[in-house]
Ligand binder design. Sequence first.
Ligand code: ADP
Length: 566
Amino acid sequence: TSTPLKARPLVLPPNVTREDFGTFLREIIDLVGNGNVEIITSEDQIDDRSYMNPAHTHDPHHVMEQDYFLASAVVAPRNVADVQAIVRLANTLSFPLWPISIGRNSGYGGAAPRVSGSIVLNMGKNMNKILEVNVEGAYCLVEPGVTFQDMHDYLVANNLRDKLWIDVPDLGGGSILGNTTERGVGYTPYGDHWMMHSGLEVVLPNGELLRTGMGALPDPKRPDTMGMKPEDQPWNKAAQLFPYGFGPYVDGIFSQSNLGIVTKMGMWLMPNPGGYQSYMITLPKEDDLKQAVDVIRPLRLGMALQNVPTIRHILLDAAVMGSKAHYSSKSEPLSDEDLDAIAEKLNLGRWNFYGALYGPKPIRDVLWDTIKGAFSTIPGVKFYFPEDTPEDSVLRIRDKTMQGIPTYDELKWIDWLPNGAHLFFSPIAKVAGEDAMAQYAVTKRRCQEVGLDFIGTFTVGMREMLGTLGADHIVCIVFNKKDPLQKKKAHWLIKTLIDDCAANGWGEYRTHLAVMDQIMGTYNWNNGAFLKFNELIKNAVDPNGIIAPGKSGVWPRQYSKVTHKL
Ligand code: ADP
């Protein structure tokens, strides 16, 4: 037996001594090897780095102090068996583990754990294989470290783009698995990622391995697969085709949750539609948002709008093309006149609608006539195809995104301010002009109050299965992370908006670590029945509270909420 490690991490989790940490880390190093373990013992290791080279120790977009949410160590398991062994060891100490896939999670906390001193489990470093791309069934099976960019590159390298596309979010560097379990979105007809997944493989808090949906039904035994470890066994042939299987549909409790560590996921790929045309519709006036949203609702419900379109505020587009200093010498928020001037300079509207048509030309033509006709009822709208816009236009970027080609250009809006960092505030609203205007008015007023520019976008989601539509209104809170006062303002803004929105019946669909408790607190119908049920599940499935305590505001019984309140 080897001797315990004598390491002094900057931070330990609650109720874990340095000796326990040393013993635990020694065992982990013996298991995964030195090269897969980094212990955070010095401030020098806390480096914000960049999107292209993401930090795994903390949140590079820190709205609290830089080291407020800090890992004690970053550990990269090599395979499923390592994950199981680590989980079993963690149980003996109630040691918190925070799984990530790639750890970018930009605007929502990066790789940082909710409980400082947790071990960040870097699932993507070694477990990064595309296990299958099935052309006939139009799906893939991936490990945690496969990014949207990786999948796109694979399709290109194998001459498969004429058959299959992968739906991508605004930036291509995130993992398919992490983004999907967080219920992230993209912008093709397959934009609702969670809806498009089929089959999860999960290491449970007790170390057991689970496959969901049809994955629970074994593939028939064959001589060549006999004796394989469960994680290496082929999946049931329908596991990536039919997501539900039999019995309670448990996939949901592994999304935005802390009930397991996902090791494989099936994902649907979009068949190449056989034709594509992106477009932009500019809306000249601020108030046009109202009519536009009412125009969009029936089009989206009826599927004339085939993809997840966005209505972007002028400053989001302006910020992609230049920093605030590029447009104005003001430090206070820009005025209506300033925004009009920017819109005119960039040949854009105060709001700009981005969508795409999919299918052979006759289909696209009919849809375009329908969409154009409906939008033409708004005075002053203009219609553009990418070739009608400058080389660096946002439409040319969205043209790629809406056909599943990853880009990185949207990173630029973070540089609106010097030392730009950002937080996403993402409330859900019904797709109705009045609601959109009301939500915009609330957020804009609070931005002005605190002295930050309103930068935002409405993403019109796919809700037709429920018979209604919902839109995510994403407010991009950009702040200078080297300016403590601005950080305070950004934090105040998001906290205030959460309460304002809840008072109007709007809740967030996803959030940053710093406000998970607050948001869970707003989902409090009938004496908090929802949180109570989640805690019941958490304590039953993870009795030692080892997986991501505090994630989404769900705490295991070992943690007193009071001591972890921000
Ligand atoms: P991205 O791939 O977009 O950079 P992350 O890897 O940071 O995203 O994952 C985002 C969040 O999703 C994490 O903070 C974590 O809560 C959850 N998550 C990611 N990967 C896993 C996983 N393999 N198992 C369980 N939860 C995960």
